[in-house]
Ligand binder design. Structure first.
Ligand SMILES: [Zn+2]
Length: 433
């Protein structure tokens, strides 16, 4: 659930650890700050690699978009060229037809010309005999003559018109041929233009494709650097957790040693006091013995006179009451008492919940160990395996989540307001076996 917070949190750890953990052994503390500095350096490298990856991804995307645009243009041009080729072929077919028509028209013109020549030749050859003239002048009446003259006129008119018609047809077909040839030339020019354009776009495409390959290669490099840095940062985080735990253990050992030394000093003081008391008692006993001896001597002297004196027994001789050797209260009981588990130290405590403020995009999901986070049971802390049971303020919790370093327990709460009001606390933490 809180896995994604790793990178920002390790930085937070780097910034706060020095102030949170003030009483560690100097060398371990130094190792921790060295490891944290290395981790921070790797993190800043990672940040710049990641922004480079973003940049490359965006460039790569633009490049791909451009390529697909060029590809579309090439497709369009290919279609255009195909269209032009079809038009050219159609014109070519038209020209073949026109040439056939032209041959036809020329042949008809030729044929008509030959026929006309024959008729004219016939007319002239027979003009002296029974030709047109004879036909004219053999008319039996004026009206017949006029009619025959009109007939001759009509024949020559017909020949001339027909001749003209054939000639016109030939000219029209030739015009049509010229027009189609011009159209075809225009098509060829368009083909050339499209082809040039195609070539230019193919060059752009090749350059863009090369660029895309460069971006891809660079991206691959950046990604492998990224994954190496993530590994490095994670292993540094593990090392830092180990060092913090070591520092805690050193702190506890030092505390225990100090307590033992205090107890030893107290015992020595006690022994000295006892010796003094013993000496005083001895002195008192000696004085008493001397007093008794003196009294006995006096008694003996008195007995010699009267034998009635009763011995005043020195019953109070056992008055050395100070012999009660008070057991030193074993205050150094902070070591592993089997009922409350192994003492880990005084840890920082905070609260979190499953909302997006506390867990970002992972909100509402399961914990980093895959369990459903549950208030009163789920806690987060690095440096110990999932499932580790910790006793805090008399309550047993289970480490199921990540996000804080060893020495800082994040306690899962059922609501954000609860997590907020929990604030920052400190408590003794015991690990249960
Ligand atoms: Zn919350």
């Amino acid at each position: 659930m809180k896995k994604k917070k790793l990178f920002s949190l390790v930085l937070a750890t780097v910034l706060t650890a020095a102030t949170v953990l003030p009483c560690y052994g100097a060398s371990t503390k130094e190792k921790i700050s060295n490891a944290q500095a290395e981790q921070a350096a790797a993190q800043s490298q990672l940040d710049s690699i990641q922004s480079r990856i973003d940049e490359l991804n965006s460039k790569k995307g633009q490049s791909e978009e451009y390529l697909s645009e060029l590809n579309q243009q090439l497709d369009d041009l290919q279609n255009r060229l195909q269209e032009l080729q079809d038009q050219y072929d159609a014109k070519q077919n038209e020209l073949v037809q026109i040439q056939a028509d032209l041959e036809d028209a020329k042949a008809k013109e030729e044929e008509q010309y030959e026929a006309m020549k024959l008729r004219i030749q016939y007319m002239y050859e027979n003009s002296s005999g029974n030709g047109y003239m004879a036909m004219l002048f053999s008319s039996k009446s004026i009206s017949e003559l006029i009619s025959r003259a009109e007939y001759i006129q009509k024949i020559s008119d017909f020949d001339r018109d027909l001749m003209q018609e054939y000639e016109d047809t030939v000219n029209q077909v030739k015009e049509k041929e010229t027009q189609v040839q011009e159209e075809q030339a225009a098509i060829v020019e368009l083909q050339q233009q499209s082809s040039d354009q195609q070539e230019a776009i193919q060059e752009l495409y090749a350059a863009a494709y090369q660029e895309l390959r460069t971006y891809s290669a660079e991206l691959d490099d950046a990604k492998s650097s990224e994954s190496a840095l993530v590994d490095e940062i994670n292993s540094k985080a593990d090392a830092i957790n180990d060092l913090i735990r070591q520092a805690k253990e050193e702190e506890i050992a030092a505390q225990k040693k100090a307590e033992e030394e205090a107890a030893a000093a107290a015992a020595a003081q006690q022994a000295a006091a006892e010796a003094e008391a013993e000496a005083a008692r001895k002195q008192a006993a000696e004085a008493e013995a001397a007093r008794v001896a003196a009294a006995e001597a006096a008694n003996a002297a008195a007995k010699a006179d009267t034998d009635t004196s009763s011995s005043s027994g020195s019953s109070s001789s056992d008055s050395s009451a100070s012999s009660t050797t008070t057991e030193s209260p074993s205050a150094s009981d902070t070591s592993s008492s089997s009922s409350s588990g192994t003492y880990l130290g005084r840890f920082k405590l905070t609260g979190y919940c499953s909302c997006s403020i506390c867990t970002g995009q992972w909100s509402g999901g399961s914990t980093a160990s895959g369990t459903t986070p549950t208030a009163g049971r789920t806690i987060a802390m690095g440096g110990v395996p999932f499932g580790t049971k910790l006793m805090i303020n008399g309550q047993v919790y289970t480490v199921e989540d990540r996000g804080t370093a060893y020495g800082h327990v994040d306690i899962f709460c059922s609501s954000h307001s609860e997590a907020l009001s929990f604030g920052v606390q400190y408590a003794d933490v015991y690990q249960l076996s």
